[in-house]
Design a protein around this ligand. Structure first.
Ligand SMILES: [Zn+2]
Length: 60
C-alpha cells in the first residue's frame, strides 16, 4: 500500500482517500483544511515549480 494515498500531502494528517479531494497536479490527496491554502501552495512548490489549480474529488 502506498502511504501517500492515505494522508494529506500538506499536513500529513491521515485521510480517507475515498472522500478526500486530490490535487490533480501531484495526484496526492489534500484535506479540507489545507485545500486552497498557502500551505498547499508551499507544499506544491517543494515538489514542483509549475503550479496549476485543480482537484480531483472522490478518490480513484
Ligand atoms: Zn492537510
Amino acid at each position: 500500500m502506498n502511504d501517500f494515498s492515505k494522508k494529506c500531502f500538506v499536513c500529513q494528517r491521515p485521510i480517507d482517500p475515498s472522500t478526500t479531494c486530490k490535487n490533480t497536479e501531484v495526484n496526492l490527496p489534500v484535506c479540507d483544511h489545507c485545500k486552497g491554502t498557502q500551505a498547499e501552495q508551499d507544499a506544491l512548490n517543494e515538489m514542483n515549480d509549475s503550479l496549476s489549480d485543480g482537484w480531483f474529488c472522490g478518490g480513484m
